[in-house]
Design a protein around this ligand. Structure first.
Ligand SMILES: NC(=O)N[C@@H](CC(=O)O)C(=O)O
Ligand SMILES: [Zn+2]
Ligand SMILES: [Zn+2]
Length: 425
């Protein structure tokens, strides 16, 4: 194994120190360390964070390797400062059996850049009709603990109840894509002033809020763990606040794009801004930001959703929803939260690691901790060029925007996955 001596790094914003990485762990910290055999990393001006953990990533393998593979998505993740990603189940075939989740898990190990933790489907084929083999996926080599039909809502309340009950046996979680399908038929964007003006069918906030309200009540009733994907409205925040005050075992995520972009982007008719749930209003953004700070929203998750050019560069109505996120998430967090490193570590590493049960992740760089960390240059500013992204797809909503912060290096259990801003493989 390689050793690294990281010189003059600020751990979570503290005074600069050195970190010696050896045998997969942070062996020593302190000013002026010496280690002649170690590779030197000059980290003057850089901030060390625990490796980021994404609870919501679409890797598209198996099935749409033209849009992303486990390998290209892993590379995008490492370049974004991530050391673990949870891979959503809406692949083709769907990750609804032990066989498919084990395949994704193995591909992640082979790529070797981040830990790829598969999420299993809740229902067979994401069809919302009968429960998938949750137990077999939990017992498989992939040790699945999070189940989600993401892309689809588990709309049937009886099925949702049974899924919540089933995963309780192994402390699993159901991650819900909250969308009442009857209220979003034909929806193209957020229902509001802009959709009225553009004449596009709207997705009302209540379609999300009604499902979250139902699900927190179900989770309370059966005493199970619920996770709410991509929360996007101020009303959802209020439902979650109420549920948490009652002690419901619910956690929630917000995406970088829902923290930054409004439905006004639809005025461009550029489908790069088409996403589920849709971009909302400035009022929603303000509520989401406040909830992220006060903890009603637990984490930032990217919902990295790569799509091939032909699925995105077409008429708005025909374009697939979803946008890239892994390579820009930390920059958006820095833009939205400022250099509040402890809060960023909490929302993007420690808490997602805890929710997903990824015990090797989410540890601050300190002696004895796994050397699973990332180094950020907070002073850097970069212009996002879609063609320069490591993802196989190009559908970033931040094209040609200047964003703060740059990932300089990432380490997974003591091995560099990114050095000098470049992926090592
Ligand atoms: N977010 C999206 O708009 N799309 C996601 C599915 C999802 O997260 O619902 C995708 O798989 O492309
Ligand atoms: Zn979703
Ligand atoms: Zn998703």
């Amino acid at each position: 194994m390689n050793s690294y001596l990281i010189r003059n790094v600020s751990v979570l914003g503290a005074a600069p120190t050195d970190l010696l990485i050896r045998d997969g762990v942070v062996a020593e910290t302190g000013a002026g360390l010496a280690a002649p055999d170690a590779t030197l990393v000059d980290a003057e001006g850089l901030v060390a964070l625990p490796g980021l953990v994404d609870l919501h990533t679409h890797l598209r393998e198996p099935g749409r390797e033209d849009a992303e593979t486990v390998k290209t998505g892993s590379r995008a993740a490492a370049l974004g400062g991530y050391t673990a990603v949870c891979a959503m189940a809406n692949t083709s075939p769907v990750a609804d059996t032990a066989g498919v989740v084990e395949q994704v898990w193995r591909l992640g190990r082979e790529a070797g850049l981040v830990d790829v933790q598969p999420i299993g489907a809740v229902t067979v084929g994401l069809a919302g009709e009968r429960l998938a083999e949750l137990g077999a996926m939990a017992d498989s080599a992939a040790r699945v603990r999070i189940f989600s039909d993401d892309g689809h809502c588990v709309a049937d309340p009886r099925l949702m109840r049974r899924a919540l009950e089933y995963v309780k046996a192994f402390d699993g979680i159901i991650a819900q894509h909250a969308e009442e399908p009857r209220l979003t038929e034909g929806a193209q964007m957020h229902e509001g002033e802009v959709s009225t003006r553009l004449g596009l069918t709207g997705w009302p906030a209540v379609a999300e809020e009604a499902i979250i309200a139902r699900d927190v009540l179900l989770a309370e009733h059966v005493g199970s763990r619920l996770h709410v994907c991509h929360v996007s409205t101020a009303g959802s925040v209020e439902v979650l606040r109420h549920a948490k005050a009652r002690g419901v075992r619910v956690t929630a995520e917000v995406t970088p794009h829902h923290l930054l972009l409004t439905d006004a982007r639809a005025e461009t008719y550029d489908p790069v801004f088409k996403v589920n749930p849709p971009l909302r209003t400035a009022t929603d953004i303000a509520a989401l930001r406040a909830a992220l700070v006060d903890g009603v929203i637990d984490i930032i998750a990217t919902d990295h959703a790569p799509h091939a050019v032909e699925d995105k560069e077409c008429e708005w109505a025909y374009a697939r929803p979803g946008m890239l996120g892994l390579e820009t998430a930390l920059s958006i967090a820095l833009d939205v939260l400022g250099p509040r490193w402890d809060l960023i570590a909490e929302r993007m590493s420690r808490t997602p690691a805890r929710i997903a049960g990824l015990t090797e992740h989410g540890h601050d760089p300190a002696p004895g901790a796994p050397a699973t960390l990332t180094l950020v240059d907070p002073a850097a500013r970069r212009v996002i060029e879609p063609a320069e992204l490591a993802s196989r797809s190009r559908n970033t909503p931040y094209a040609r925007m200047t964003l703060p912060g740059r990932i300089v290096a990432t380490f997974l259990r003591g091995e560099a996955t990114v050095l000098d801003g470049k992926a090592v493989k």
